[in-house]
Design a protein around this ligand. Sequence first.
Ligand SMILES: C[S@@+](CC[C@H](N)C(=O)[O-])C[C@H]1O[C@@H](n2cnc3c(N)ncnc32)[C@H](O)[C@@H]1O
Length: 284
Amino acid sequence: MAVHFADLFLHPQDILFKLWKRLPFGSFKTRMDFDIFPRPHYAYCVWHAARQAELLRIPRISLVEFGVAGGNGLVELEKLAQEVEKEFPVEFEIYGFDSGMGLPAPQDYRDLPYIWKEGFFHMDLPALKARLARSTLVMGDVAETVPRFFEDYPDAAPIGAIFSDLDYYSSTRDSLGLLKAPDQKILPRVYLYFDDIMSAELGGLMCDEVGQLKAISEYNSSNEFKKLAPIHGMQYTRKRPARWNEQIYIHHSFSHNQYAMYVHSDSNRQLPLTNRGLNDGSAI
Ligand SMILES: C[S@@+](CC[C@H](N)C(=O)[O-])C[C@H]1O[C@@H](n2cnc3c(N)ncnc32)[C@H](O)[C@@H]1O
């Protein structure tokens, strides 16, 4: 555990959080709220997708990782799924999409060839299969596997969360085709994590014209009733604001037959007049 001398004075709480990560005690929700998981963004999406499924009375949902590489993300997803299944009456299926060959050749500048090359992030398939307990690997180029996914897996549960890490604009664009799923195959609001939309200095400098951000903006302009949107102000709702908060998007299916179903925990929400002005006017 690397502790810098300056941290002792400037950020003493960071040392406590590093220790907590080493000894991860507490409920799932508490550890999620304080970013104690190795991938807090995965924990957040899995938990919230399950919560939505419970409220909509959907007993089984799918978690999807686009871009598996060595498989560390999928292994973490399996651990999270096992824990969250104890929190909600919801079960998970887990799908990992990858070619198994590493990155394909970039198609053009939009695939950010200044930071990625063909063959990066190769998968050791036998080693990964030996580590996975319950995930389904969907092998092949997503341009081919995504359009036929619901034919190949007709019993797949509705999609609840997607972890998008294919790096390229072209691959992300093709993967987003999965969101065209019919209502019974997708939650009205799907949680997404986009791995490659923020990077400073020479590591990326992504903008709306390249990479995953380009795929997101194109998706939005070509679909009238399905949109990808960040959670505005999410960092202000977190106990420990972090950069991943800006990498979470919600896929809204506005015409979904359950989009308008009431899911708030309070069945009769009122804001009666108070005498002492204690109410801050927030009705969320
Ligand atoms: C950065 S890695 C994924 C890392 C992984 N999510 C993790 O957290 O460890 C990107 C992966 O995307 C895969 N990939 C990129 N474009 C693809 C495509 N068009 N079809 C299938 N897989 C693709 C590559 O094979 C590579 O393994």
